[in-house]
Design a protein around this ligand. Structure first.
Ligand code: PMV
Length: 350
């Protein structure tokens, strides 16, 4: 997790705060949560309020079964600083600490925590690990502190970590509208459940390496220097409406065409920044071309990609296996992941 729209807190204080009444036995509490990655069919890129991490355009995503982050948070009155372990390795805790501070403030505690987070898919490479990461972190912290937050409230807090994380709180097809500057309550909403549509995403993983430019840095630089940014804001809204209508009507062609237009416009806008932000590699382009070729041969599929070089192909479930085989045969594709629509955040106090 690298994104966060809160400032890093001052030096942590040890021990139980005086006003701990809202977090009974928090000194020993552990919370656990599972959240799934989501991939935007209509992309968000750019912020309307940097401080509150509000998106400048609406987006619509699919939550993915099987691409999971599992997080445990254990508050401990003996700790003097948070400890953050990501995929089995100690990681810098500052950004995570600042995020958990949002929840500590609600609970009226300064207790420090042991935070352990594991992704079962590549981290920080454009497979939406920050989305599932912040969603799982808010769920586990909420459970550990006994805050009893609603899904909407957790979605709004997750958004402060990474805007796409607001969407991972919900399952199925999920929208996050454009944020009005200053409106910190913006949360995502489920527009259709997991069972709504029998589609899958086939993901072509084109590297196991972490990306060079975070989405946060990439979109800030795009907003500041791309001559196409204003056009993107208008276009993104139009394609969002198309994708939404396509999804609700289970219209594959309408959804797919708008989805591809959304992603290509986002990347064109980023590439036109100075210097250009280029998330593609050669294999990315080959997979896009393959999708077009397959369509002309009768296999209906459309491509999208995020702030990383992997390509995600939307496909009817019955075509997912033949598509996965075609994609796996492309030189440079490291592996292929198939993902059905997945459920939203699950959290418990253990
Ligand atoms: O939520 P962030 O800051 O990780 O940015 C997400 C950006 C994209 O993945 C490219 C698009 C999206 O809507 O998820």
């Amino acid at each position: 997790m690298t994104d966060l729209a809160v400032s890093v807190s001052s030096a942590p204080r040890a021990g139980l705060a005086a006003s701990m009444s809202s977090a009974p036995q928090a000194g020993l509490a552990t919370g656990r949560a599972i959240a799934r990655a989501n991939i935007a069919l209509a992309k968000y890129w750019g912020k309307s309020d940097v401080g509150l991490n509000l998106p400048a355009v609406p987006s619509l995503s699919l939550t993915l079964d099987g691409l999971e982050t599992t997080t445990t948070v254990r508050f401990d009155s003996a700790m003097t600083a948070d400890l953050f372990v990501l995929n089995g390795r100690a990681a810098p805790p500052q950004v995570t600490t600042a995020f958990v501070d949002l929840l500590r403030a609600r609970a009226g505690t300064t207790l420090r925590a042991h935070i352990e987070s594991t992704n079962n898919f590549p981290t920080a490479s454009g497979l939406a690990s920050s989305a599932s990461g912040y969603a799982a972190l808010v769920g586990a912290t909420n459970a550990a502190l006994g805050l009893g937050l609603s899904l909407d409230a957790m979605s709004a807090i997750a958004r402060r970590g990474s805007a796409s994380a607001a969407r991972s709180v919900f399952g199925g097809f999920v929208e996050l509208l454009r944020g009005e500057p200053g409106h910190d309550s913006l949360c995502a909403t489920e527009v259709a459940p997991v069972s709504h549509w029998n589609v899958e995403l086939v993901i072509a993983v084109t590297t196991e390496l972490a990306k060079e430019t975070s989405s946060r840095d990439g979109m800030t630089h795009t907003r500041e220097t791309s001559p196409y940014y204003q056009a993107w804001l208008t276009h993104a809204y139009e394609e969002f409406k198309e994708v939404r209508a396509g999804v609700l009507g289970r219209d594959f062609k309408r959804t797919g065409e708008a989805m591809e237009s959304s992603t290509l416009a986002m990347h064109a806008c980023a590439m036109a920044a100075r210097p250009g932000v280029i998330y593609w590699n050669g294999t990315t382009l080959t997979v896009f071309q393959k999708a077009k070729e397959l369509r002309s041969n009768g296999l209906q599929t459309y491509a999208t990609m995020d702030a990383g070089p992997h390509v995600k192909l939307l496909v009817h479930s019955q075509d997912a296996e033949p598509l996965a085989q075609e994609i796996a045969a492309i030189p440079g594709v490291v592996r292929v992941i198939r993902a059905k629509p997945g459920e939203g955040l699950v959290c418990e106090r253990v």
